[in-house]
Design a protein around this ligand. Structure first.
Ligand SMILES: Cc1cc2nc3c(=O)[nH]c(=O)nc-3n(C[C@H](O)[C@H](O)[C@H](O)COP(=O)(O)O)c2cc1C
Ligand code: SF4
Length: 469
């Protein structure tokens, strides 16, 4: 079903009001939009040049050894010249068996020079366009894909509903405490490599169902990493502590945190619309879920955990939601699902509203930690109006663009120069990028992804080939 039919901001605002998406508000004046988005943001000891971020966006286009390849360099060149001052480098595995796909970037001794060149490519493109990159912050997202690692899944605990959705047998072994401790050291080693590659900030990926976020929901796990919130956050505390000990305050600590996980969905065979898989109540899994009603968030533990992360050194927080493998409408509200996936079970504006509500609540609870907001792309040209309003109202410090950065890498330049987006270039959330991400029948086991509708020259032939195969 098509939802996005709004020609004007007031039509969209009326719809938001009608359905109760009350956190979706807009700034109308392009001059104010320009000045709000141009505001520098203080992050730890650094003044970041404006309030616009590009989210971590994987292209699944590395080499089998985890090095960036031609399309990876192209993407970061475009991101660098686009005008955003916070350029968040995509999910980069800390070890080979922690990759979510066989072309995911992977930091190791041999990939280090190429990953260093990738960073330089983005910064040089920025310097060429704007004279200097001194006010650009570029964290690299360090990840272990846990349950979604290929070829071998690594499970932090069993959640029968997620196990059913991801085809994991009830007797699949759970990773031991000792192995988790070794993985902590792999994170620290990757942070060292990142530092040698020139990164001044690392991000721990604690979202989207990957290892560190699965641990946050491991209430029924026994041992040092399960049960209490102290135990479930132990790995993060240890990694932050060890990175600080190894690299000092020179390395900024950032996090992408899944602040509400939700439950797995499947397609209703009669309607094609998403419905939750049957789940037990209370639901003792996930993070940020209300136990009695996991379709709704409960941020009590999230606030407690973020307070600890701040004590352990966190300086920048990127708020994300949901798990793309089992409830993609939560993380990235969309107009059209990737082929074969379910139609959204809620109006996408309610998904946008959930993002704004949760980020706003956390930003107000932690005014000293700048928060990067997510979930704007569905708003198309009006994303910029919502972003400016959320910044002006103190709901976020950075507007983060995910899919829109693939479709329209120069969105930030237009935002800053015109206070408006170009309607011919914005992402329409029609999800071909995710379709490509899910295509594995490539000789390297993974198709590269990008934006076929708006970056046609490169990704048009790629999607055609993926379909033919
Ligand atoms: C193709 C693609 C690649 C992505 N790669 C990453 C990633 O590497 N790390 C991450 O945390 N999120 C990743 N995401 C999620 C986005 O960063 C973002 O949270 C999501 O698209 C919602 O924001 P949007 O509405 O602006 O698109 C990816 C999403 C897509 C569609
Ligand atoms: S394929 Fe392009 S237009 Fe479609 S959701 Fe992805 S970035 Fe947006």
């Amino acid at each position: 079903m098509r939802h996005f039919t709004y020609r004007t901001l007031s039509e969209l605002q009326q719809e938001a009001d009608r359905i109760g998406a009350r956190h979706v508000q807009f700034e109308e004046d392009p001059e104010r939009i320009k000045s709000i988005l141009a505001r520098p943001v203080q992050v730890g000891g650094m003044r970041v040049g404006n309030s616009i971020a590009i989210h971590p966006m994987e292209g699944c286009d590395g080499t089998p050894d985890g090095l960036p390849d031609e399309l990876t360099f192209r993407r970061y060149e475009r991101f660098g010249s686009g005008g955003a001052k916070l350029i968040w480098f995509e999910a980069t595995a800390i070890r080979e068996d922690g990759r979510a796909n066989p072309r995911q970037l992977w930091l190791h001794e041999k990939s280090l020079p190429a990953i260093a060149r990738l960073l330089e490519t983005a910064l040089n493109a920025h310097r060429e366009a704007y004279g200097s990159a001194d006010d650009v912050l570029a964290p690299v997202q360090l990840t272990h894909s846990g349950r979604y690692s290929v070829p071998r899944r690594i499970i932090a605990h069993h959640n029968p509903v997620v196990d059913a959705k991801t085809n994991v047998a009830a007797d699949h072994p759970v990773i031991s405490d000792d192995e988790l401790e070794r993985i902590e050291d792999d994170f620290v080693e990757a942070a060292r490599l990142a530092s040698r590659a020139g990164f001044r900030a690392i991000d721990l990926k604690v979202t989207h169902g990957y290892l560190l976020s699965e641990l946050l929901g491991a209430r029924l796990r026994e041992g040092r990493y399960g049960g209490s919130l102290e135990n479930r956050t132990r790995m993060i505390r240890n990694v932050f502590g060890k990175v600080r000990a190894a690299l000092g305050k020179e390395m900024m600590l950032c996090m992408r945190l899944g602040c509400y996980e939700g439950v797995p969905y499947q397609s209703d065979p009669a309607t094609g619309v998403g419905v939750p898989l049957p789940y037990p109540a209370p639901y003792p899994y996930g993070f940020g879920n209300q136990a009695d009603d996991p379709l709704t968030e409960d941020l009590a533990e999230v606030r407690q955990a973020v307070g600890w992360f701040r004590e352990w050194g966190l300086e920048l927080l990127n708020v994300s939601l949901g798990v793309p493998y089992f409830n993609p409408h939560v993380g990235r509200p969309f107009e059209k699902p990737d082929e074969g996936n379910y139609e959204p079970p809620e109006h996408p504006l309610l998904g946008v509203d959930r993002h704004f509500r949760i980020a706003g609540e956390l930003q107000r609870a932690f005014p000293d930690i700048p928060i990067v907001g997510t979930g704007y792309s569905w708003l198309q040209v009006f994303a910029i109006n919502a972003a400016a309003r959320n910044i002006a109202d103190g709901n976020i410090r950075f507007y983060g663009a995910g899919r829109n950065a693939l479709a329209y890498p120069w969105f930030a330049r237009d935002a800053l120069e015109k206070g408006a987006f170009d309607g011919r270039q914005v992402c329409r959330t029609v999800t071909f990028c995710t379709y490509l991400m899910r295509q594995k029948h490539h000789p390297w086991g993974q198709y590269p992804t990008g934006c076929p509708p708006y970056d046609k020259e490169v990704y048009g032939p790629i999607i055609k080939q993926a379909r033919q195969r």
